[in-house]
Design a protein around this ligand. Structure first.
Ligand SMILES: C=C1C[C@]23C[C@H]1CC[C@H]2[C@@]12CCC[C@@](C)(C(=O)O1)[C@H]2[C@@H]3C(=O)O
Ligand SMILES: O=C(O)CCC(=O)C(=O)O
Ligand SMILES: [Fe+2]
Length: 358
């Protein structure tokens, strides 16, 4: 049995003062510890985003015959896209949104009963990347890896079994969808399952595992100075994000700056993670993204963070490598990569890049 995602941070404790999490609803003013300036995050601009050019990540209908090429194009240009006709039942999206709202609506003391431990992955707390910033983020999160049963029992002594069923069903659907999307994107590069050794050796989806990240961005008294979730890339192959109908997610484009991803009811946002960037030998863009907050509406999101089993080594697909197109990255497992990210944050990708001798 390979090491599991659950154990990935065992040797990498972080100390985050979860228990000092404020009761957001009682704050009328933004405390200084939540006021971000460009100095706190080089990517943070206190000023509003530049005038919208109308350009946005594409919305792709998976029932279209041309979906593979559209997905491939979106992965190369944006590293993100939205999908419609994805086959995930609307009722299930509503259920996971309801579960998320119910979880964050619990009293702080109850949520803290399921607090994430310093060496753990699962549980309630602030995002792990918080340790790289001096200012606090205006959000709370709950991470699920493996069975949520133990944590859910503490949160909902009565209803935990129903909620476990929803999570299980949601993860099942997301797993199928994620693999479908990955193969569609690779198809656009002329790469099929036979070209990827670990996928063709492992039957079905046994090579994949995932984490589910529930996020809550409460109403904020001074949204322009606050940050919901600081700019980052995901350490995944792909991430599939469900957002409630409140805008906040922004993706970065070198030529356009921060672009807000408008919520489209019933659709899902997909983004390329660092491992897919590596697998595609740099062709697919691991998109930098962040979440902003607002003054009138609480925002919820559910991220399905999808990657390979811990014993699988990810490296550029041989078919995309040639004497001209050298492999840009050396091989790395998800576990190794998550640990590199946990120590070096946004330098992680460059640390596994191959540097050519001149
Ligand atoms: C499987 C994963 C992926 C993790 C770590 C671990 C569990 C939680 C994920 C997130 C979710 C929130 C953003 C992020 C940047 C964070 O702080 O925690 C993600 C991180 C990553 O993509 O690196
Ligand atoms: O809430 C969002 O829109 C973004 C969440 C996110 O980036 C994450 O959980 O990794
Ligand atoms: Fe993310």
């Amino acid at each position: 049995m390979p090491a599991m995602l659950t154990d990935v941070f065992r040797g990498h404790p972080i100390h985050l003062p979860h228990s000092h999490q404020p009761d957001f609803t009682s704050l009328r003013e933004l405390p200084d510890s939540y006021k971000w300036t460009p100095k706190d995050d080089l990517l943070f601009a206190a000023a509003p985003s530049p005038p919208a050019t109308g350009e946005n990540i594409p919305l792709i209908d998976l029932d279209q015959p041309d979906a593979a090429n559209q997905i491939g194009h979106a992965c190369r240009t944006w590293g993100a896209f939205q999908i419609a006709n994805h086959g995930v039942p609307l009722g299930l999206l509503q259920d996971i949104e309801f579960l998320t709202g119910s979880l964050f609506g619990l009293p702080v003391q109850r949520k803290l009963k399921a607090a994430r431990s310093e060496t753990g992955v699962s549980g309630y707390g602030v995002a792990r990347i918080a340790s790289f910033f001096n200012k606090k983020m205006w959000s709370e999160g709950f991470t699920i890896t493996g069975s949520p049963l133990n944590d859910f029992r503490k949160l909902w002594p009565q209803l935990h079994l129903n909620y476990c069923d929803i999570v299980e069903e949601y993860e099942e659907q997301m797993k199928k969808l994620a693999s479908k999307l990955m193969w569609l994107a690779l198809k656009s590069l002329g790469v099929s399952e036979e070209d990827v050794e670990w996928a063709s050796l492992n039957s079905d989806l046994n090579w994949a595992q995932a984490a589910l990240q529930l996020n809550h961005y409460p109403v904020c008294p001074e949204p322009d100075r606050a940050m919901g979730l600081a700019a980052h890339t995901d350490s995944t192959l792909l991430t599939i994000l469900y957002q409630n109908n409140t805008a906040g997610l922004q993706v970065s484009r070198d030529d356009l700056g921060w672009v807000t991803v408008p919520p489209v009811p019933g659709s899902l946002v997909v983004n390329v993670g660092d491992l897919f960037h590596i697998l595609s030998n740099g062709l697919f863009k691991s998109v930098l993204h962040r979440a902003r907050v607002n003054q009138t509406r609480a925002r919820l999101s559910v991220a399905f963070l999808w990657g390979p089993q811990s014993d699988i080594k990810i490296s550029p697909v041989p078919k995309l490598v040639s004497p001209v197109e050298l492999p840009l990255y050396r091989s790395v497992t998800w576990t190794e990569y998550l640990r590199t990210k946990a120590t070096h944050f946004n330098k992680a990708l460059s640390m596994i890049r191959n540097h050519r001798e001149e």
